[in-house]
Design a protein. Structure first.
Length: 101
């Protein structure tokens, strides 16, 4: 299962951590994993292009993003990514969980 955990304080996203594997389809052909990967790599690329105070960590099967900025665009990107993953969760909740820490 993919787990997406996000942290919010005072109506601001502080972090987003995504880990795991959906196990919806065979490895390399899993549409849920591909969808979440696309969302996360798009988010990381967009945040990197902003050149704000954002920490991006990537390990095997785990991505952690922390916002240390006061940039509203960063907040909008976080909200968009979380909304996209919640949309996937609405249809495929056995394979992905999106939760607030």
């Amino acid at each position: 299962m993919i787990k997406a955990l996000y942290e919010v304080s005072e109506d601001r996203y502080l972090s987003l951590e995504v880990s795991g594997h959906a196990e919806y389809g065979e490895y390399g052909k899993d549409l849920i994993c591909a969808s979440v990967s696309s969302i996360m790599f798009g988010l990381m690329n967009a945040l990197d292009a902003l050149d704000e105070n954002v920490t991006i960590g990537q390990e095997e099967n785990r991505i952690i993003i922390e916002d240390h900025s006061s940039c509203e665009t960063v907040q909008n990107y976080f909200q968009l990514a979380i909304t996209q993953m919640k949309t996937i969760e609405a249809s495929y909740g056995d394979f992905i969980r999106v939760e607030r820490k």
